[in-house]
Design a protein. Structure first.
Length: 290
């Protein structure tokens, strides 16, 4: 019970303590009021994600009835690992006001990679001309048509980026374990918004310094848990690939490509990218005769 003046006390308290109605469905051992059409999950035993079977035609994950201002939720973030027979899929976010049904003219399509890897997708709703005023609910269609092997491990659908930038493996820390997945995104892998350290919508050389600073400054992990420090050569590789990415973006046709002397034993994994973007001389270390 709230006692006091209607305007100065009761209404002020109510406005200050009203619940946040923006979509924020972070899986924590519950379904977070999400429900399905043409899909089902295998229970709540996974803790921080739901394993959803996408075997039906047009599988859907539907959010509960709510109410938020479009200006307060310009972007949705979805963290999921999707697996399907067809690796390249088109997903959709539908939105509607409280009194309307979902319709094809109120949706945003975006690509997802169905290779079973955990990724965080950033969906810009504000660019859609009809995404305005009061919004009452959303629907997430991870693919147009499922198959018997199609699944999705869903971690969250939220108005905010839940994971720290740089935490590509999603373990709650930014450290040496994130170096390899960061490099994979940097050299042309599918975009993961968590690797976009400066938030400009791209992952390139401009992000490498921020990532290295995050690894060095925030490594170490949770109390009592030993997290391996990033090898010096791994951080050097991040810086090298970042330099090439910057040259590729800003160098222009008039500039000479970078000249590099690289060891095949250490850089074979990124050889196609390096040869495309730099003038590379390769050498193979000889085994010692001793």
């Amino acid at each position: 019970m709230i006692l006091g003046d209607l305007n100065n006390d009761i209404r002020r308290y109510s406005y200050a303590h009203r619940p946040d109605s923006r979509p924020n469905h972070v899986i924590d051992g519950t379904r977070q009021h999400l429900y399905y059409a043409n899909a089902s999950d295998d229970g709540l035993g996974h803790g921080d994600f739901l394993r959803i079977r996408l075997s039906g035609l047009d599988p859907q994950v539907i959010g509960p009835q709510s109410l938020w201002d479009a200006a307060d939720v310009p972007t949705l973030y979805i963290k999921a690992a999707i697996t399907a027979a067809q690796e390249q899929c088109a997903a959709e976010i539908f939105f509607a006001d409280a009194a309307s049904s979902f319709s094809a003219d109120r949706r945003v399509r975006f690509p997802v990679i169905a290779d079973g890897q955990v990724r965080t997708y950033q969906i810009d709703l504000s660019a859609h001309p009809l995404y305005t005023d009061a919004i009452g609910r959303f629907r997430f269609d991870p693919m147009d048509a499922g198959d018997d092997a199609a699944t999705m491990d869903l971690y969250y659908i939220s108005y905010a980026l839940v994971d720290a930038r740089g935490d590509l493996n999603g373990d709650g820390n930014v450290n040496g374990l994130d170096v390899s997945p960061f490099v994979d995104v940097l050299v042309g892998g599918p975009l993961d918004v968590v690797a976009d350290m400066n938030g400009d919508g791209e992952v390139n050389g401009l992000d490498t310094g921020l990532f290295v600073a995050a690894v060095v400054g925030r490594g170490g992990g949770a109390t009592g848990v030993a997290i391996p420090e990033p090898p010096a050569r791994a951080l050097a590789a991040v810086g090298l690939l970042g330099l090439i990415a910057c040259a590729r973006r800003y160098g222009g046709a008039s500039r000479q490509p970078l000249r590099l002397l690289l060891s095949t034993s250490r850089h074979d994994r990124h050889r196609p990218f390096l040869e495309e973007n730099a003038r590379v001389s390769w050498w193979r270390p000889q085994a010692s005769s001793r």
